[in-house]
Design a protein around this ligand. Structure first.
Ligand code: SF4
Length: 220
């Protein structure tokens, strides 16, 4: 893949190689939002166990999560790590969300994002996970895998501001229809994660990589 910063070409190249990703793995929008909080600093496999535990304890609703003690909730989600912190964040989110579902869905994307960011424990990546995968809004999620890939592609340093990276990707698709952007951003995020797990790992496995970006680790 050439050095020209082209998220559209990246999307097609990854799509050709990995096929449809069809994220987010959840049964309901609320489950997406719970997963977005639980996956902070945790591998998805551990989050899946915590989500199964919430369901087993009949706690997969905002009202139910608010109805139990924080310590009890922490035990239920123990598998996902940082369980005390995440129990607190989950209850803060559910206390805010409970009963406001319809009003929130009616908000435009910008005020909805601002409202999400004002909730305890919800940062830009978590808010955008929720916006894209639960509220079906055309926002692109920037995560660690995206930062790593963009740096190796020679596009942006890993520590670039979140908003700069997001605007870069969203801008590349600005002429596309909203419905198309929702699908593309959904898929592209999933594709980057798939690529980071298959080839562009912490220690990149460049042989056989579909991007062949020319990254030279020894120079970094
Ligand atoms: S795995 Fe190697 S060739 Fe592929 S994108 Fe990452 S650094 Fe580039």
């Amino acid at each position: 893949m050439g050095k020209e910063a082209d998220p559209v070409a990246l999307y097609y190249r990854l799509q050709d190689h990995y096929g449809p990703q069809q994220w987010w793995p959840a049964e309901t929008p609320f489950e997406v939002m719970v997963g977005a909080i639980l996956t902070q600093n945790a591998a998805w496999e551990r989050v899946e166990v915590a989500i199964a535990s919430l369901k087993q304890h009949r706690l997969m609703s905002a009202a139910a999560i608010c109805s139990i003690g924080q310590d009890e909730l922490a035990e239920v989600i123990r598998s996902c790590g940082y369980f005390n912190l995440k129990a607190k964040r989950l209850q803060a989110f559910c206390g805010w969300y409970n009963g406001r579902e319809q009003a929130l869905s009616a908000l435009e994307t910008v005020p909805l994002r601002e409202a999400l960011l004002a909730v305890h424990g919800v940062g830009p990546e978590t808010a955008d996970d929720m916006l894209l995968y639960a509220f079906q809004r055309p926002v692109f999620v920037i995560d660690t895998y995206t930062r790593r890939l963009f740096e190796r592609l020679g596009w942006y340093p890993q520590k670039s501001p979140y908003q700069q990276l997001q605007q870069f990707v969203e801008g590349a698709f600005s002429s596309w229809k909203e419905a198309e952007r929702i699908v593309i951003f959904n898929e592209l995020h999933g594709l980057i994660v798939a690529h980071a797990k298959a080839f562009c790992k912490k220690q990149p496995r460049c042989m056989g990589c579909p991007l062949q970006c020319g990254y030279e680790p020894e120079k970094k």
